[in-house]
Design a protein around this ligand. Structure first.
Ligand SMILES: NC(=O)c1ccc[n+]([C@@H]2O[C@H](COP(=O)([O-])OP(=O)(O)OC[C@H]3O[C@@H](n4cnc5c(N)ncnc54)[C@H](OP(=O)(O)O)[C@@H]3O)[C@@H](O)[C@H]2O)c1
Length: 242
């Protein structure tokens, strides 16, 4: 079955910012594949959006289980024939109690595995489907905490936030954005990093932005016009330093 509707996949979308990105993209007319590592959580989340009349379908994508990437590729290829939007939103931080001086190496490895290696792996596997789109968009959900410039600028506002594993996993996500945008510069595909802001979710209970506000940057980058930027890092329309 082929459809003229824009097909979007959002990972880590059973709750938080990813869930809201699904709502916003489907309100804009996309068919949204709501990615969740636990399909039961994804199905429950998708049902709530379906009850709002939105075109949302739960799919399994576990950043710790690459077998789910191949299955997801095959499902999208069979049912839609292409992918127009990929929002790499799934991510986590577990090292808030540590610094670069004492973060356990296994914690560093585990964070990079899900936040970076799996993100690259999933994106590479889905690229053949994104290349079939006339306007492919890849959004890597990063964080201002991945910015080395902000970390090394006193008074930048992120001085007190130095969990190495999480922050550096987002720094390398930003590197992937720059390098992939270059690799795809002769295609219509645009690749950008998003900082959602400090958003009140399970991952950041003290966040001050709503999920509606937090989803805005990723949704804007997912729906960029043909003359929009690629290879950049943005928050609410403003470029952030690397
Ligand atoms: N909230 C903020 O202030 C903030 C600021 C900057 C950047 N971010 C980034 O924004 C993204 C979304 O964060 P959020 O605040 O919405 O967090 P959240 O509410 O905790 O949601 C995170 C989502 O990622 C999923 N996830 C985590 N590890 C996964 C894995 N190994 N495989 C598949 N899915 C996984 C979670 O699934 P489960 O429900 O199964 O755990 C959940 O769906 C993350 O990349 C985060 O780093 C957030």
């Amino acid at each position: 079955m082929k459809t003229p509707k824009t097909i979007a996949l959002v990972t880590g979308a059973n709750k938080g910012i990813g869930y809201e990105i699904c709502r916003q993209l489907s309100k804009l007319g996309c068919t949204v594949l709501l990615g969740s590592r636990e399909i039961s959580r994804g199905t429950e989340a998708a049902k709530k959006l379906q009850d709002e009349g939105l075109d949302v379908r739960a799919v399994q994508v576990d950043m710790n289980d690459e077998s789910t990437f191949g299955s997801l590729h095959d499902l999208i290829a069979a049912d839609y024939g292409r992918l127009d939007i990929l929002v790499n939103n799934a991510g986590f931080a577990s090292d808030w109690a540590y610094t670069a001086a004492n973060v356990p190496i296994q914690m560093l490895r585990d964070t990079f595995e899900a936040n970076f290696f799996a993100l690259v792996d999933l994106t590479q596997r889905l690229l053949p489907l994104l290349r079939k789109s006339s306007a492919g968009r890849i959004v890597n959900q990063s964080s201002a905490l991945g910015s080395l410039t902000l970390h090394s600028t006193p008074g930048s506002g992120i001085d007190g936030y130095k969990p190495l594993a999480y922050n550096s996993s987002k720094t390398v996500v930003n590197a992937f954005t720059v390098h992939l945008a270059d690799a795809l510069k002769d295609t219509p595909i645009k690749v950008n990093s998003a900082h959602p802001g400090a958003v009140a979710t399970d991952a950041n209970p003290s966040g001050t932005l709503s999920v509606e506000e937090g989803s805005r940057t990723a949704v804007e980058l997912a729906t960029l016009p043909p003359d929009g930027p690629t290879g950049g890092f943005f928050h609410m329309g403003h470029a952030l330093p690397w």
